[in-house]
Design a protein around this ligand. Structure first.
Ligand code: PLP
Length: 379
C-alpha cells in the first residue's frame, strides 16, 4: 500500500459484528470469559483494548514496522524505552532535544544510575569519539525542537550497528509521512502522537514502533506492568486524526516554506531555522532523508531580548501563543520561557536557543492570512 492509502486502511477492518466502517470506541475495562482463561484475546483494558489495538496495528504500518505500542503520552512512551536500560548504562542524546526528554533523562533517570550525555550529532563522526563501553542507547531527534537541526539517521545507524547499540529516533516533528527511520536503520521510533499524528490538538497520546520481536515483548511487558496506557476514546481520536495525515503534512510543509522565506526577508529577523531553506545547515541531509520538510520553524531577532519576542507573540492573532504543535491551527511559542524553561540558560544559549527565539507551528490555514498576521505582528 502507498502511504496515503495506509493512513486510511492499514491494520483496520470494518467491525465484524455490525459492519461499522469506523473503529468503535470500546469503552470497557473488562471482557467476558466463557471459562477461566477462555476469552477472545482481551482480558483487561490496561493490557489490551480493541480500539487501542486497531491504532497500534495502523501505526506499525505507518512506520513500516512489525509492532507498535501506545501510551497515555509521548513522555510515557519515552519512559518505557529508557526502562530497557540498567544502572551503569549511558544514553548519548542529540543536544537539541525536547525539554521533557531532557528533564526525564537528567532529573529522573540519573537518580536510577542511568547517565545521559548530550552532544551535537549533526556531525555524525562526533558520536564515535563519545562512545564508551557504558553507552547502550543513542537518542536522536530530527528535525529537532526548536532549532530544526537535522541529523543523518543512516550514518548514526551504521555506527550503532557496528557497536551493537540501540538507536532510538523521536520522529514527532517529521511524522511517518515525511520520514521512516526504521527503514534506514533505527531500532525504535517514538512519537508524541499528541502532535501531527492526532493533528487536532484534542488528545495527548504516545507511541513507539519497532521490528525486533524480543524487544517488543519486553516493552509490551513494561507497558502493561507500569500501566501508562491510553484510553479507548483517545485511541479513537488519534485514529480519526491519522486519516488525513498525508493531506495535512503536505499543506503544513507548503505553508511553512512560504513563511520561512517571508521571515528571511524581514529587517528585524536575525536567523530563520527551517530545513526547507537552502541556507539551513541540515538542508542537504533533510533532502536526502525527508519527503517533506514539515510545518515547524523558528526564528530569532536582531534585538535579542525576551521582551522583544514577547511583544511579537502577544500581537499574533492567528499564531496563538500556546504550548504544543502539529495541530491544524497555527501556534507560536517562546522556547526559552516555555518548552525549554527547564534547561539551564547557559546550556540553552550554547545550543542556539536564544532569548528572542520564537517557534512557529505553521498550520493549514490560508497562507495569505498567515503572512498578514506575521506582517502586523512584526511591524
Ligand atoms: C511533545 C513532544 C514529546 C512529548 O510528548 P507528550 O505527548 O507531550 O508527552 C516528545 N518529543 C517531542 C519531539 C515532542 O514534541
Amino acid at each position: 500500500m502507498n502511504f496515503d492509502t495506509k493512513v486510511i486502511h492499514a491494520g483496520l477492518h470494518p467491525d465484524p459484528h455490525t459492519g461499522a466502517i469506523m473503529t468503535p470506541i470500546y469503552q470497557t475495562s473488562t471482557y467476558a470469559q466463557s471459562s477461566p482463561g477462555k476469552h477472545k484475546g482481551f482480558e483487561y483494558s490496561r493490557t489490551q483494548n480493541p480500539t487501542r489495538k486497531a491504532l497500534e496495528d495502523n501505526l506499525a504500518h505507518l512506520e513500516s514496522a512489525n509492532y507498535a505500542l501506545c501510551f497515555s503520552s509521548g513522555m510515557a512512551a519515552i519512559d518505557c524505552i529508557v526502562k530497557l536500560l540498567k544502572p551503569g548504562d549511558e544514553i548519548i542524546s542529540s543536544s537539541d532535544v525536547y525539554g521533557g526528554t531532557f528533564r526525564l533523562f537528567t532529573k529522573v533517570y540519573e537518580n536510577y544510575g542511568i547517565d545521559s550525555t548530550f552532544i551535537d550529532l549533526q556531525d555524525a563522526t562526533s558520536l564515535e569519539k563519545s562512545l564508551s563501553t557504558k553507552t547502550k542507547m543513542i537518542w536522536v531527534e530530527t528535525p529537532s525542537n526548536p532549532l530544526l537541526q537535522v541529523i543523518d539517521i543512516q550514518k548514526i545507524a551504521q555506527i550503532c550497528k557496528e557497536k551493537n547499540i540501540l538507536l532510538v529516533v523521536d520522529n514527532t516533528f517529521a511524522t511517518p509521512c515525511a520520514q521512516n527511520p526504521i527503514l534506514i536503520g533505527a531500532d525504535i521510533v517514538v512519537h508524541s502522537a499528541t502532535k501531527y499524528l492526532a493533528g487536532h490538538s484534542d488528545v495527548v497520546l504516545g507511541a513507539l514502533m519497532l521490528n525486533d520481536e524480543k524487544l517488543y515483548e519486553q516493552l509490551a511487558f513494561y507497558q502493561n506492568s507500569c500501566g501508562a496506557t491510553p484510553g479507548p476514546m483517545d485511541s479513537f481520536l488519534t485514529l480519526r486524526g491519522i486519516k488525513t495525515l498525508h493531506l495535512r503534512v503536505q499543506r503544513h510543509s507548503e505553508n511553512a516554506q512560504k513563511v520561512a522565506e517571508f521571515l528571511l526577508k524581514q529587517d528585524k529577523v536575525k536567523n530563520v531555522y527551517y530545513p526547507g531553506l537552502q541556507i539551513h545547515q541540515g538542508h542537504e541531509i533533510a533532502q536526502k532523508q525527508m519527503k517533506y520538510f514539515g510545518g515547524m520553524l523558528s526564528f530569532d531577532l536582531k534585538e535579542d531580548t525576551p521582551q522583544q519576542a514577547f511583544k511579537i507573540v502577544e500581537r499574533f492573532k492567528l499564531f496563538t501563543l500556546a504550548e504544543s504543535l502539529g495541530g491544524v491551527e497555527s501556534l507560536s511559542g517562546h522556547p526559552s520561557t516555555m518548552t525549554h524553561a527547564s534547561i539551564p540558560r547557559e546550556e540553552r544559549l550554547k545550543t542556539g536557543v536564544t532569548d528572542s527565539l520564537i517557534r512557529l507551528s505553521v498550520g493549514v490555514e490560508h497562507i495569505d492570512d498567515l503572512i498578514k498576521d506575521l506582517t502586523q505582528a512584526l511591524r
